[in-house]
Write a protein that binds this ligand. Sequence first.
Ligand SMILES: NC(=O)c1ccc[n+]([C@@H]2O[C@H](COP(=O)([O-])OP(=O)(O)OC[C@H]3O[C@@H](n4cnc5c(N)ncnc54)[C@H](O)[C@@H]3O)[C@@H](O)[C@H]2O)c1
Length: 356
Amino acid sequence: MPEPLKLAIAGLGRMGAIHALHASELARDTGVCELVAFADVDVERGRRLSADWGLHIPIFESIEELAKSGVCEAAVIVTPTDRHRENATALIAEGNRVLLEKPLTGILEADRDFAAELDRNHPDALMLAFQRRFDEPLKYAKQLIESGAIGRVFKIYSALEDSNPAPNGYRSGGILSDMSIHNVDEVLWLSGRMPSRALSIGSRIYSHALTTSEEDFDDALLYLWFGEDLAAQIQVGRNHVSGYRVETLVFGQEGQIHVGHFDQQPFVVVVEAYGRRGNTRPLARQTFAMRDYKHPLPEFVDRFGAAYKSELAAFIECCSTGVRFPVTHHDAVRAQEVIAAGMSAIIGPEQAACVC
Ligand SMILES: NC(=O)c1ccc[n+]([C@@H]2O[C@H](COP(=O)([O-])OP(=O)(O)OC[C@H]3O[C@@H](n4cnc5c(N)ncnc54)[C@H](O)[C@@H]3O)[C@@H](O)[C@H]2O)c1
């Protein structure tokens, strides 16, 4: 068995605390890694987590200090999106491999520039955290598609709706690049294709008024055309007040697959495939129990907790065995290209036709 990977977590907010929890569990239960350091400008956060879990590890106030210290060989970067590039660059320059939370930088030109720099100097240093690729219900749906269970796929609908506004102070960079990047990557991954055309529509309806987070829209749609035989509809929002909604529907000539639903207790995710109208029995049905962490956590953790942990385990395994990462900066750039195209053709109420 390889030596435990010396792993640090950089950024300990909503998402960083979850990666830190999973890293400490993997260290304790499997020995594949050792959690060796935290870094956060708010060092108190690191102190609190260390105290909660009985850890005695250094807590750095900056990622540059963490990088220079040489204590880690790999790191999970969970800082605000506008810090991703400088933080990843600092750690990679000191020889670390990094798991970077989505998106790469959130801006297409910067994404392309950063990806080109990585390709030139460190092509295998970065794994992108698109956790849906490690989600058991979605992996099962992909398996059903590939087995031909619903025939040729012609439409994918993917929805992601938060029940609350973005937290105060959260720097999203725009609802499409912040949220729909998950759905876009999912659609590209499920279909294995890139769209040729994109259009988006955005609205400020309700929750933007309840937060100091500055964001362009609180509701948006992204419509994608893949030639003439496939379309995708992506819906994102922060207004689903009754609970987190994560839902995917895949339409095929012989039936359709439904993953997840809106549920106020999202610990069971159902994947169902139905044949054409008139067939009473489902083609396939499986339920997946999500992990209940037994204490209040951001709603995305209830739905994707197990996927985040599998993603981290895959990152650690690739680092320890030298195998290339399954998801990289190239996937992030592809998803951002789709979003940027959609955003360049965005329609708000001002551009919509007048009902006179
Ligand atoms: N994959 C997912 O489902 C998912 C879910 C939520 C957030 N995210 C991503 O995770 C990242 C963080 O989001 P969040 O919601 O946890 O944000 P957050 O604001 O809750 O946490 C950010 C943390 O980074 C720290 N920080 C800020 N600047 C720093 C710097 N220069 N150096 C070190 N630490 C710094 C802050 O003190 C804070 O603890 C974002 O890029 C976001 O897109 C991903």
